[in-house]
Design a protein around this ligand. Sequence first.
Ligand SMILES: CNc1ncnc2c1ncn2[C@@H]1O[C@H](COP(=O)(O)O)[C@@H](O)[C@H]1O
Length: 350
Amino acid sequence: MAAESVVKYCRDLPKVELHAHLNTSFSPESLQALVQRKAATNKDCLDWKMTIEDFREMDHSFNVFKLIHKVVDDEEAVYQLTCAVIREFAADNVKYLELRSTPKDIPSTGMTRELYVQTMIRAIHDCQTENLDITVYLLLSIDRRNGVEIAQKTVDLAEKFSKQPDSVVVGIDFSGDPAVGDAADYIAVFQSAKQKGLKVAAHLAELANFRETLAVLRQAPPDRIGHGTFLHRYDPGQGHEEIEDIVLDKRIPIEACLTSNLKTKTVTTLSEHHFNFWFQKNHPVVICTDGKGVFTSTLSEEYAHAAGTFNFSKKDLWDLSLAAIDVIFAPDTVKQKLREQWKQAYPQVV
Ligand SMILES: CNc1ncnc2c1ncn2[C@@H]1O[C@H](COP(=O)(O)O)[C@@H](O)[C@H]1O
């Protein structure tokens, strides 16, 4: 396929986005609007924006996230950003979005964790009245820098919201700086989430954290793995082979974020990206953005990168986007609806 037709095809393809952090998924326009709003009370905002736009590398990324959090620190900002992100994904032909975000207590603006979740849910419901062709669900993120106590509170909050009528909260995400803390400390939290009927998506093996990865996989295997960059990159003979075996045996789907891993330098080139390792094994692996604002620009672009790197045909890309439906966290009725949508789109797209 010629490069131009790949981009158009990937844009027209109906898609599923399963790994998008709210605060890293802004567009240049939504970031500008949020910064402008904040700049009315804090001129430093304009410098923060330049640093955010200049993002590079893993160490730097977590400093950049702190700046975004200063811009998105009150109810109105969380609401505006959630609506903008949903509309932007819908405009990119994303038909199903599982958005994730870390509920935050920010006393200076009156924000509480509960209000944060309520605000995102309000935005999701309001977008449903706009006739956007997108279904949105929500995962509450646990930031591994904040400790086990807050993690458990996040699980309890997720359970509470998941029980409400027409709930869009389907599970939790485990994320945060992979160089900080120990994922194994959170095993009881993951188990508690499962007992409460919540799905668990966990950032695992984003760095070469083999011991914690193995402990989590043995005792509380997640329903999906974020990144998984080092799941298969162990040194032989060190007892880490079991990691790959568990992931394969349990068929734990992997959320692959191509450009993000390249930018944070956990992979050297796209052709060496672990997406291909799992894809070749016929293991469930889904192309995701991570955060379309910080790491890339659209999910279509990520599909186009995959096509260019791994020489995918139109049909390969179609099969990839269709297979992503199998591993969404929404109920089976939603899966059926999406498969029907894909079936109807097929003659026009492929
Ligand atoms: C580079 N790879 C990554 N690895 C781990 N965690 C990441 C991440 N990218 C983002 N986050 C997590 O998402 C938060 C921002 O969105 P929310 O405020 O929750 O919407 C970050 O603070 C971090 O905890």
